[in-house]
Design a protein around this ligand. Structure first.
Ligand code: SF4
Ligand code: SF4
Length: 278
């Protein structure tokens, strides 16, 4: 089973939940798809045993063959190619290129070669018995989605795979949640939390992924998140109260289930509930 853990906004405790979920299951895998800020490693302290680069194929144009017809530029949905006909120049902007391959497909004289442009790395390793995977996007790289796809490509079907998505509802989050069997949405009971939860629920509905909610700092704020979930028929799977000791453990890089072993049982129950409603 593949379970994604997402949140409409940052700072809700998403990684705390994802890490604790992965640590509580008997045979599991943690995949950090928050490739711009992968922080699961802070809590899991994995031993990395494998690392490989990830690239997107970008066009390289052989101007000795190019007729400057402009077909490639007209076909590029991302404005990553400009053909300056009077100057007889064809310019590629690799940072804008999504590697879709359309330009080389439409080129009538076959003068476009695809060369990889590295956007980041995938690292694999172990945190005890827990299989660990993370993507690390290069600094300043604007295109995280292909790296997220590559991290998800490492899912081990023999294990409970926990996919830790980045916060928000943008393309890399959609990519992380897409095709998972269940999505745990972590939120907090505040007006901001509710607003972002609604967006995250909409995203999951569009993707056809069933959801359940974990409310962090559940004893703060108001009851509108609970009311929303009840009205939508979304199960509230767990409530984590605000405790100063929990915040302290987090700031020390200690997973919740290790700092407070009684939570392991609660996360096991969470896994059972996901199995029932997922
Ligand atoms: S489609 Fe091919 S021939 Fe035409 S401008 Fe682009 S690279 Fe040159
Ligand atoms: S590969 Fe796709 S995105 Fe990149 S330049 Fe060609 S058409 Fe544009």
């Amino acid at each position: 089973m593949v379970v994604s853990v997402a949140s409409g906004k940052g700072g809700t405790g998403k990684t705390t939940v994802a890490v604790s979920l992965a640590l509580s299951a008997e045979s599991s895998q943690y995949l950090d798809c928050d490739v711009e800020e992968p922080d699961g490693q802070i809590f899991l302290k994995p031993k990395i045993v494998e690392r490989f680069p990830v690239g997107v194929p970008v066009p390289r144009i052989d101007e000795s063959k190019c007729t400057f017809c402009g077909k490639c530029a007209e076909s590029c949905a991302f404005n990553a190619i400009v053909v300056a006909k009077p100057a007889r120049k064809t310019l590629v902007f690799p940072e804008l290129c999504h590697g879709c391959g359309v330009c080389s497909y439409v080129c009538p004289v076959d003068c476009i070669e695809e060369v990889p442009r590295e956007i980041g790395v995938v690292e694999k390793g172990w945190a005890g018995d827990l299989a660990f995977v993370q993507g690390i996007l290069n600094v300043g790289e604007p295109m995280p989605t292909p790296l997220v796809r590559e991290v998800k490509g490492q899912v081990d079907p023999e294990r409970l795979a926990v996919v830790d998505a980045s916060p928000g509802t943008s393309c890399p989050v959609v990519e992380a949640v897409r095709g998972t069997d269940f999505c745990v949405l972590v939120t907090e009971p505040t007006p901001f939390g509710l607003n972002d939860l609604k967006l995250a629920v909409e995203m999951a509905e569009e993707l056809g992924v069933p959801v359940g909610v974990v409310i962090n700092r559940a004893d703060l704020g108001d009851g509108r998140v609970e009311e929303f979930c009840e009205a939508k028929g979304i199960p509230v799977l767990m409530r984590i109260p605000f405790r100063r000791e929990i915040a302290e453990a987090y700031s020390e890089g200690l997973p919740l289930v290790e700092a407070f072993p009684e939570y392991r049982e609660r996360f096991l129950e969470l896994i059972e509930k996901i199995g029932e409603v997922g």
